[in-house]
Design a protein around this ligand. Structure first.
Ligand code: MV4
Length: 586
């Protein structure tokens, strides 16, 4: 077993791995950017080393700096978490060539699965069907037309080196082919550096169901149940659960066997996830993610298996600590991602800032996997996941009720969060029935009345709190009914009723924010993709004025007051920084 393990990541997943290390008696090494000097993962680890830099590219994606820390710390294994270097075969090779273990699959398996055409072929070779489609690079629009004529529309055009949904184009009919293909190829070059595309029949109302697999270096591979991740918006998952609602046991087993076959077929070891689309009782292989996923805790909660501990054991050469027959799923688990984003109006606008207070839920069946504590700052430079709220219940209804109870206990002051969107999801009939699909949040869930506004800060302690308190008995009437009330009030409040002694509540931030300065700023660095207003135009407070692309998402930047557009300081394509004024309203 390893003596010392380096975590090449930050936030909640780094903390998650550090916790597993501590339980296993392995010394943990954190790395950090300048902004993360005092971050939670740094405080949690046994040792921490600076990488320098602010952005991900300057820090957590700086191979030389990470290799240097491996050397200096004497770590003999690296856990990459998710994102960053987790699916980077070159990074894995540069670690292993120094005799250090990469806690993940072999680089060859990462590469097979990184090319979506080779991944489809690899699944096909072991008898696992993908969505009907082609396994060659599209060379002309005629090929799309021929496929559409044979299989029907819509047709999906996807980037061979893509994944996660970026660059996918849906073709509704023959007249849309040329533009869609050109646009898919252009985006593939822009996002992934390579323009190759392939196509599939486009499923219009699928569920996203993924299988957790785990394989060791001794030829053992098992599946650990599925996760339904259909509640998502713009390819950002919001809620994940296990088991998938309304999934037949026979289908589940067939899906599990298919996932294991895909893993064994590509020489996979360690933890992995095989994604499927599920529609009309059929499932289709989609992609394999060659990393530990954000949503792994729901699998841990129903199986009782610590996936990170198992990853570390397998990477150290040990066999899996359980067999397929020993894997049993009990009850139901749900995860809600608590991000520093404001879901108001379904916009999910990033809301970086300092968590002036954070109180997390607890009690039976609750798990909080956090990356921040009270006083920590969520930076605009990184993923804004504050933590994952995971609940377990004996069945799905119990788990939903427990999630609602837990969301009620969560208190975050200082930034807006996605908690309010989760409350809306948990209360929605479609979600409760389990009939939602991957399009449901964007197309059907009503988030128009949701506000992600930070919780109000607790009232500051009153100076008079220091004074001794005395009991006053008073009589009040509520709707004509008489109540006798005892209040313990500060001595100086004399005989005044308790209400008079209490401080007025602070004005809510919503009320304070109703009339802005008219100088509309962007909250984070990004690129202007669209200007929505013209000079002289009348706008209402809250109306979108520009669209900003930042953190892989388009964000609507809205008027902070009503008035007339006086100045437009940006044009599409401009890069802006946090706090830059884009539009002036008078
Ligand atoms: C699809 C699809 C429908 N039909 N492929 C998007 C993410 C990437 N992993 C594949 N994606 C999809 N591929 C065909 N042939 C619908 C999606 C899709 C989706 C998949 C999983 C989770 C969320 C999604 C949201 C929109 C579209």
């Amino acid at each position: 077993m390893f003596d010392k393990l380096l975590i090449a990541n930050r936030g909640e997943i780094a903390v998650r791995v550090i916790r597993a290390c501590r339980e296993m008696g392995i010394s943990s090494v954190a790395v950090y950017s300048d902004l993360d000097r005092d971050a939670m993962h740094v405080r949690a680890a046994d040792e921490a080393y600076a990488l320098g830099g602010q952005t991900a590219a300057e820090s957590y994606l700086n191979t030389e700096a990470i290799l240097d820390v491996i050397e200096r710390s004497g770590a003999t294994a690296v856990h990459p978490g998710y994102g960053f270097y987790s699916e980077n075969a070159d990074f894995a090779r540069s670690i292993t060539s120094r005799g250090v273990t990469f806690i993940g699959p072999p680089p060859e398996a990462i590469e097979v699965m990184g090319d979506k055409i080779s991944a489809r072929l690899a699944a096909g070779r072991v008898g696992v069907a993908g969505v009907p489609g082609t396994n060659e690079v599209i060379s002309s629009p005629d090929e799309v037309a021929a496929f559409g004529a044979e299989h029907g529309y819509p047709v999906a055009i996807k980037a061979a080196y893509g994944g996660g949904g970026r660059g996918m184009k849906v073709v509704g009919g023959p007249d849309e082919i040329e533009a869609a293909l050109a646009s898919a190829q252009r985006e593939a070059v822009a996002f992934f550096g390579r323009g190759e595309c392939y196509m599939e029949r486009y499923l219009t109302w699928p569920r996203h169901i993924e299988m957790q697999v785990m394989a060791d270096g001794h030829g053992n591979a098992v599946w650990l149940g599925e996760r339904d991740c259909s509640a998502q918006r713009r390819h950002q998952k919001l809620v994940e659960e296990s088991p998938a609602p309304l999934l037949d046991d026979a289908v589940r087993k067939a899906m599990g066997d298919a996932a294991v076959a895909v893993a064994l077929g590509c020489g996979y070891t360690n933890a992995g996830t095989v994604e499927f689309l599920y529609q009309d009782s059929d499932f289709y292989y989609l992609e394999m993610n060659t990393r530990l996923q954000v949503e792994h805790p729901v699998t841990e909660m129903v199986t009782g298996i610590d996936l990170v501990r198992e990853q570390i054991r397998v990477a150290a050469g040990e066999p899996l600590s359980f067999t397929q027959a020993e894997v049993t799923c009990v009850g139901h688990a749900i995860e809600a991602r608590i991000n520093a984003e404001d879901p108001a109006g379904g916009r999910f606008l990033p809301s970086p800032g300092t968590l002036t207070a954070l109180r997390v839920p607890d009690g039976f069946g609750i798990r909080w996997d956090g990356g921040y504590e009270s006083g920590d700052t969520v930076s605009q430079y990184y993923d804004n996941l504050i933590g994952k709220l995971v609940v377990w219940g004996s069945d799905r209804d119990t788990a939903i009720a427990r999630m609602q109870r837990a969301l009620g206990e969560l208190r975050v002051v200082g930034v807006a969060t996605t908690a309010a969107a989760h409350e809306a999801i948990m209360a929605a009939d479609d979600f409760r029935a389990g009939t939602h699909s991957t399009k449901w949040v964007e197309e059907q869930l009503d988030l128009s009345d949701v506000s992600g506004k930070a919780d109000a800060p607790p009232d500051a302690p009153d100076d008079s709190d220091e004074l001794p308190r005395v009991r006053r008995d008073i009589v009040v009437e509520v709707d004509g009914k008489r109540f006798s009330v005892s209040a313990w009030v500060p001595e100086t409040a004399g005989a005044a009723p308790a209400a008079a002694a209490a401080r007025p509540r602070r004005a809510t931030s919503a009320a304070a924010a109703s009339g802005g300065s008219g100088r509309v700023t962007v909250p984070m660095q990004g690129t202007i993709v669209k200007v929505l207003v013209e000079m002289g135009q009348e706008v209402a407070a809250g109306e979108g004025v520009v669209v900003l692309e930042a953190m892989k998402m388009e964000n609507s930047i809205n008027a902070d007051r009503s008035g007339t557009v006086d100045e437009i300081k940006v044009a599409p394509g401009d890069t802006v920084g946090a706090g830059d004024v884009v539009v002036v309203i008078s």
